[in-house]
Write a protein that binds this ligand. Structure first.
Ligand code: BDP
Length: 694
């Protein structure tokens, strides 16, 4: 198996199990609107996979039928008078009921899209080995806009992509109708994703020209039957580049008119276009700041153009100023917090989970909860730029969950980040979560089998930010590999430990941004020569003979003051806090005593080693599971684990060498010295490392 089927792997069930399900899967009664057809054909595909025979489409209801639809178009469902009112636009209900004396299963919803989600839910029930004879399930998403962000370039490369080229074949679009687009849409719909931004946030104006709008429209046609809306990253200076205007000043009437006309043109081609994502005045991208206007001025101009069509703007808060290098972690807050209340109703401010940049561990961004009048949406990174890319087995859902469950305390205890972004805290209806996609043209979509789990988990958490990463992993393993408990339990444990292992061998105790320049893959704690101070790892580790860590307390940058005092308190005392965040917030001497009594230096070395040791445990676990996995995927994962173990040692050795050159201390007894001298690690270069994009 090459992994192409993802978690939608409808393999034949053992005879005994098939016999239990078969009586409930005799036919499907469904309308023929596009999303209902998509739901029906997915059920047919699943059932023929599980049972080895067709699931016929029927017009009349018999025993064991699946009756799917909305009260508006399916009379049998209307007659049942089901409690659908609380399920909103996208929720569904699945019930075992009797219709005209026939035992059937209904999948009902207020919209066709809800029906589609219900169909995938029923298939999951079977894939995870659960009963379907007495169903009574209802579910609805807690977040409205659930999006992938593709950092895909028009030349087919993918910035921070590790799964091959872009799946969007712009050259052959709009003529191309690739099965891959349909399968992409199916996979996303199965986890509730309802939109996709198809081009890089480092956007080219070209995406907004007529030929590219036509290409995008063709893509939209492929994705629409699965409820996936198209969005575009918009380059702020497009009115100059495409419109020949002298300015892109958001308060200039000609600029506003240009955007209105451009937006109308897009909607003509794509009537359900979702809206724009914008990276402005960040890392060289143009923006309203070029004209001394605020982010709100920029966002509202686009919002005005989109509003008549029901479109939205997602305006990114990933900014860090060139003029203030004192603490990058504070800058997004400093720039955005004063703008609360100024953004139009159809603007979401899209905030990365942490204040810096997708590190192995970051505290939540202090912007969450700090802008009560603003619709704040989450941006997670599914592609593992700083977390082992497609080689290291790292399950990211525990990282996502850690952020979502973090308490901002802005309205008292329980004001978690999840409550901020699901809108319940401040009663916002427009809510969103975006994940930077890890998808490419590789047969297995994500560059490795286990990275599929990160795509899957993102979708499940966008649907329900309260879901547990362990439960999600359990479903994923069962659907993707095997339901045998002898396989599921150890693999889920391995996944659940993997993020902590990675954080330990890369950046233990709250260290961050220690990755080498450009590729962000291997260690570079010594890097100090880059143009902007905050691009250099030394800026973050601040290691010297006296100690290590970034002081973000009152004696340092006081970034802690950007949090609610109750949240800040959790991190303010190194003696009481969760030490996994220690050096994010504190600069401490090498002989500082950690909570377990070891010195900081010894504890640091021990954590690097423990991360490496965990990769050894992962290898042993996987090796023992060969009997449960097909040979192809078993070998692919084994090879990656071998590389991961070697590279974990590289991380440990290079980091310890560098920090030892500062601390001047011996390694704790029993810990092996780095294999090579520091200079050897410093000398390594990787000019062709993947994913460096533009
Ligand atoms: C950083 C990436 C860079 C992106 C940037 C962003 O290194 O390639 O363009 O984030 O999010 O993590 O805009």
């Amino acid at each position: 198996e090459d992994g192409y089927d993802l978690w939608l792997r409808y393999r034949p069930l053992p005879v005994a199990q098939a016999q239990i399900y078969a009586p409930h899967l005799t036919s499907v009664v469904a309308g023929d609107r596009p999303m209902l057809s998509a739901a029906r054909s997915e059920l047919q595909r699943g059932v023929s996979g599980f049972l080895g025979h067709d699931l016929p489409a029927a017009t009349s209801i018999g025993d064991g039928a699946l009756v799917i639809g909305t009260p508006a178009e399916q009379p049998a469902i209307k007659a049942l008078n089901l409690p659908l009112s609380g399920l909103g636009e996208e929720g569904y209900l699945i019930r075992s009921v009797t219709v005209d004396g026939h035992k059937v299963t209904v999948i009902a919803a207020n919209s066709d899209r809800g029906v589609l989600y219900g169909a995938f839910r029923l298939l999951r029930q079977i894939q995870t080995g659960q009963g379907i004879d007495k169903l009574d399930m209802a579910d609805a998403p807690k977040i409205r806009v659930r999006l992938l962000n593709h950092w895909d370039n028009l030349d087919g490369s993918v910035e921070r992509g590790y799964a091959g080229a872009s799946i969007w074949d712009w050259w052959r679009l709009p003529d191309l109708k690739d099965q891959r687009y349909t399968d992409y849409a199916r996979a996303n719909a199965s986890i509730g994703i309802n939109g996709t931004v198809v081009n890089n946030v480092n956007a080219k104006a070209l995406s907004l020209t007529a030929p590219y709008i036509a290409k995008t429209a063709a893509l939209a046609d492929s994705l629409r039957p699965y409820g996936i809306k198209i969005y575009l990253s918009a380059r702020f200076s497009s009115p100059i580049e495409l419109g020949g205007l002298k300015t892109a000043d958001p308060l200039d009437p000609a600029v506003r008119a240009w955007w209105r006309a451009k937006t109308d043109e897009i909607y003509k081609a794509i009537p359900d276009f979702g809206g724009f994502l914008v990276k402005a005045n960040s890392e060289g991208q143009p923006g309203p700041g070029d004209y001394h206007r605020s982010h709100a001025d920029g966002a509202n101009m686009l919002a005005e153009a989109l509003a008549p069509h029901g479109g939205i703007v997602m305006w990114r808060a990933f900014v860090y100023s060139e003029h203030d290098a004192s603490d990058r972690a504070k800058q997004a807050y400093n720039e955005f917090h004063p703008l609360d209340g100024q953004f139009a109703d159809n603007v979401l401010v899209q905030i990365k989970n942490g204040p810096i940049d997708f590190q192995p561990r970051e505290p939540f961004s202090p912007l969450f909860g700090a802008m009560p009048k603003t619709r704040e949406m989450m941006e997670f990174q599914i592609t593992k730029e700083y977390t082992g890319q497609a080689t290291h087995l790292v399950y990211l859902a525990p990282l996502f969950e850690e952020t979502l469950k973090a308490d901002t305390f802005v309205r008292g205890a329980g004001s978690t980040v999840a409550r901020v972004i699901d809108g319940s805290l401040e009663k916002h209806a427009l809510t969103g979560m975006a994940g930077v996609a890890n998808i490419g043209a590789n047969r297995n979509w994500t560059g490795s089998d286990f990275d599929q789990a990160n795509w899957y988990a993102f979708g499940r958490l966008a649907w329900n930010p309260d879901a547990s990463s362990r439960d999600i992993a359990t479903d994923w393993v069962r659907m993707t590999f095997s339901g045998d408990p002898a396989f599921v339990t150890p693999v889920v444990d391995m996944m659940m430990n993997s993020r902590e292992a990675m954080a330990d061998y890369m950046t233990p105790l709250g260290l961050h941004h220690q990755m080498a320049t450009g590729h962000h893959y291997g260690p570079g704690p010594w890097v100090h020569e880059l143009a902007r101070p905050e691009w250099n790892p030394v800026y973050y580790n601040k290691a010297d003979a006296g100690g290590i860590g970034f002081d973000r307390t009152k004696t340092g940058s006081d970034a802690l003051a950007q949090y609610n005092p109750r949240a800040a308190k959790i991190w303010s005392d190194p003696r009481k806090m969760d030490e996994r965040y220690l050096l994010w917030f504190h600069h401490l001497p090498w002989d500082y005593r950690l909570q377990d009594g070891h010195t900081l230096w010894d504890g640091l070395v021990m954590r690097y080693q423990s991360g490496v040791d965990q990769t050894g445990v992962m290898q042993i676990t996987w090796t023992g599971l060969a009997p449960y996995v097909d040979a192809q995927r078993f070998a692919a994962v084994s090879q990656n684990l071998t590389i991961q173990r070697r590279e974990a040692k590289w991380w440990r050795d290079a980091s310890i060498s560098y920090f030892q050159s500062k601390s001047g201390l011996p390694l704790p007894a029993g810990y092996t010295a780095p294999a090579l001298p520091l200079e050897a690690y410093e000398a390594l270069t990787f000019p062709y490392a993947p994913g460096q994009g533009h």
